[in-house]
Design a protein around this ligand. Structure first.
Ligand code: F6P
Length: 364
């Protein structure tokens, strides 16, 4: 038997289970293959005792509609930066990639499919360079991975955020309030931009277009004087003011600052008050609700396609490559392409033009 090991790494994302189903279903047409899942990304292989489960027809029954991942995930460390806790309570990391490759050999693993975001794809590239037969599947609600037009989970996150904005509209209107809704996205504004357009916000703040708080105040004042008396601001967690910095915590390998959740909405609220905005402002931080629950149909279809394609790439020995969605087709690209650039919103794109055309201010 040939053994395929599958794992999910990084933050969870609606559609992960659908990818697993796609892989297992497709593998059943090649019965010489058996599919296994490593629990919590590489932890399942690297821990003692190991935690590896068989993914057969029974295991994947009906899972394509469920959120999360049945084989669990982690966004702490990986084989190259395995976290070690010292007696004094401090942490450091060690490289356990040799150990991982030896263990995969001992387990008789023929190939690996790693489903994850840019961190996971980076690990896959390094393991590929070390000789592992590995295929990547892109995953993130943030849509910030290059090489693919969309990642599964993104449309679901936008749907959730958009539904929440609809709910904020009725309460804002009743109370004559300005609502600031903070959404996820890391250093990219994809979720914020799609949500602002879909939900009809007046202001959309994204990391790619630094904002001037005075401009936001003007847009809100203008709306008030038009007799509307309420307004909506959709803000990406990585949005920053002109000359300002993101609410930074740690920098990562692609060179952008990572961001902490829950900072921006409150910061902007204060900035608006300091600028003399007299409106009654309320903040909503959507947080992890955006990646909870099952995937919408678009993401199910995309994730199932990614799963089937990933298995076929294993059959075709297309290793060191990642499944991708480009121009309404499922293709594959080198892992290196996916990790070499960060997928920011193009500020000259028709999407941004559409937002401006609808009267949405970016605060610039
Ligand atoms: O990458 C997905 C994401 O949801 C980001 O939008 C967010 O910044 C981050 O993960 C938060 O992840 P966690 O709370 O799991 O560290």
């Amino acid at each position: 038997k040939k053994k395929l090991l599958v794992l999910t790494g990084g933050g969870d994302c609606p559609g992960l289970n659908a990818v697993l189903r796609g892989i297992v279903k497709r593998s059943q047409q090649n019965p010489e293959w058996e599919v296994y899942g490593s629990i919590e990304a590489y932890n399942g292989v690297l821990s003692d005792p190991q935690e590896i489960v068989r993914l057969d027809n029974k295991a994947i029954a009906g899972i394509h509609v469920k959120g999360g991942t049945i084989i669990k995930t982690t966004n702490k460390g990986g084989p190259f930066t395995w976290p070690v806790k010292h007696e004094d309570g401090t942490w450091s990391s060690i490289d356990r990639s040799d150990d991982l490759l030896n263990r995969l050999d001992d387990l008789g693993i023929t190939a690996v499919i790693s489903i994850g975001g840019d961190g996971s794809q980076r690990i896959s590239q390094k393991l590929y360079e070390r000789g592992l037969d590995i295929v990547g599947v892109p995953k993130t609600i943030d849509n910030d991975l290059s090489g693919t037009d969309f990642t599964f989970g993104f449309q679901t996150a936008v749907q959730i955020a958009s539904d929440c904005l609809d709910k904020l509209v009725t309460t804002a209107e009743s109370h004559h309030r300005v609502m600031i809704m903070e959404v996820m996205g890391r250093a990219a504004g994809w979720i914020a931009l799609h949500t602002a357009i879909s939900g009809g916000a007046e202001v959309c703040l994204i990391p790619e277009i630094p904002y001037d708080v005075e401009k936001i105040k003007q847009r809100i004042d203008q709306r008030y004087h038009n007799g509307k008396g309420f307004a909506h601001i959709v803000m990406a967690e990585g949005a920053k003011s002109i000359g300002g910095d993101v609410v930074a915590s740690k920098s990562n390998e692609v060179g952008y600052k990572n961001v902490r959740l829950g900072g921006c909405a409150y910061r902007l609220s204060q900035e608006l008050k300091d600028a003399g905005c007299e409106a009654d402002i309320r903040e909503t931080v959507l947080g992890h609700i955006q990646r909870g629950g099952g995937p919408i149909a678009f993401d199910r279809v995309l994730a199932l396609q990614f799963g089937v394609k990933a298995f076929e790439m294993v059959l075709e020995r297309k290793f060191g490559r990642m499944v991708a969605y480009q121009h309404n087709d499922i293709v594959d690209v080198p892992l290196l392409e996916a990790i070499s650039t960060y997928n920011y919103v193009n500020t000259d794109s028709y999407l941004v033009k559409t937002a401006r055309g609808l009267g949405i201010s970016f605060g610039d």
